[in-house]
Design a protein around this ligand. Structure first.
Ligand code: DX5
Ligand code: ZN
Length: 226
């Protein structure tokens, strides 16, 4: 199965609840929420208060992407606000194993993300614990950037590592995902697609989700058992 996670970063925040409901009705599997602190990444976005509002608008899992330094300080607040998946950045965590265990102890799925310049090998020792790996396919901080082709090899490596672990780990991609790039990342092993611009900036998000899913399903994924 391919999971589609519209990123609210590209939504119209003046009518966020409606936009999230449209995404749910339109066939979204998760709602992706980008939390930025102006320090780990150059941009500042939203915190637990907005997450709490989104929680009221949908029953879908809230896929929460923390682009913040020292995320441990805020894990409880995001879980309390309704986060189902909590993804931290490998580059932002000094004690990644501890942070993953902390997320799991709160009852959420634990994700780890890596930037385009971070090698897959940095995740070798968290494979027994992590529930989700998020590969940034742009440098995090902004929506609407161009997909970085060099991340495809990393997806292939991570898919092999997941297969070798024997564990059920989602391999998610984020940044520049549309109907052109979705087949590439799925072929390389991704099974969860975050997309902001290519979904929320279209006139009909349901049609945009359907088109993205169709493009992703048009190729044979190296993530599927053969
Ligand atoms: C970027 C964010 C992404 C962003 C993707 O730092 O993590 O989730 O919303 O936006 P698009 O799909 O427009 O590249
Ligand atoms: Zn994101």
């Amino acid at each position: 199965m391919i999971y589609i996670a519209p990123s609210i970063l590209a939504a119209d925040f003046s009518r966020l609840g409606q936009q999230v409901q449209d995404a749910e009705k339109g066939g979204a599997d998760w709602i992706h929420i980008d939390v930025m602190d102006g320090s780990f990444v150059p941009n500042i976005t939203i915190g637990p208060i907005v997450l709490e509002a989104v929680r009221k608008a949908t029953k879908l899992p809230l896929d929460t992407h923390l682009m913040i330094i020292n995320p441990d300080r805020h894990l409880e607040a995001f879980r309390k606000a309704g986060a189902d998946h909590i993804t931290v950045h490998q580059e932002a965590c000094v004690h990644l194993n501890r942070t993953i265990n902390h997320i799991k102890s709160l009852g959420a799925k634990a994700g780890v993300s890596i930037n385009p310049a971070t090698p897959s090998s940095t995740l070798t020792d968290v494979m027994p614990d992590v529930d989700l790996i998020l590969v940034m396919t742009v440098n995090p901080g902004f929506g609407g950037q161009a997909f970085i082709q060099g991340t495809l090899r990393k997806l292939e490596e991570l898919r092999s590592m997941i297969r070798a672990s024997g564990r059920d780990i989602r391999l998610e991609v984020d940044g520049g995902i549309d109907t052109d790039t979705a087949p590439l990342v799925v072929r390389a092993g991704a099974d969860a697609l975050v997309a902001g611009t290519s979904l929320f900036r279209k006139p009909d998000i349901g049609a945009a989700i359907a088109a993205l899913r169709a493009s992703a399903q048009s190729v044979k994924s190296s993530g599927q058992p053969s």
